[in-house]
Design a binder for this molecule. Sequence first.
Ligand SMILES: CC(=O)CC(=O)C(=O)O
Ligand SMILES: [Mg+2]
Length: 220
Amino acid sequence: MTARNISRFWEWGRKIICVGRNYADHAKELKNAIPTEPVLFLKPPSAYVREGSPILVPLYSSNLHHEVELGVVIGKGGTAIPQSTAMEHVAGYALCLDMTARDIQDECKSKGLPWTLAKAFNTSCPVSDFIPKERIPDPGNVKLWLKVNDQLRQSGCTSQMIFSVPYLISYISDFISLEEGDLILTGTPEGVSAVQEHDELQAGIEDIVMMNFKVERPDH
Ligand SMILES: CC(=O)CC(=O)C(=O)O
Ligand SMILES: [Mg+2]
């Protein structure tokens, strides 16, 4: 068997754990309360999409939003990981989009139902190339941005996160054991907005990574 390479973590079939409402400005723009504990949800590995393939608008949604986020790639698994050693479990990072069918999420919220169809559909997790840990010495201070058709929509810094990367690793691993190849999406800054078929999305982390995706409607 060929050895798996963490720099292609999206091929491993591991889980994607997402943190919501981790930026106060984004919580406010959606009229959500500022959380006192991380809000968690999951995406399946089938949510991954890579540059060269399109983001597909789910047929049941007419309000698909972009959310640009820092992703943390787990290199060493663990349960109940203390904050003090949490960074030893990080292999690297990726720039990620948490694509969200906002109309469906609003409906689920109003009915008290889970967000699965709003957040976990195929292509709901576009990811950049793997960024080795050394390239981001402080994940609590990196700038993220996202443009739609060349217009800047999101620009934020991870220093605005309510819960830090070590805190999130420790918190999540108390309830959900982390495994090598897992990805944590750390939440989005303000500026989320709707995308349409044929839109071109471009996103980046400083001069470290950049990625481009086109939005399409599936033909079935
Ligand atoms: C309200 C949300 O969709 C939460 C979320 O995903 C975030 O990044 O914040
Ligand atoms: Mg999100």
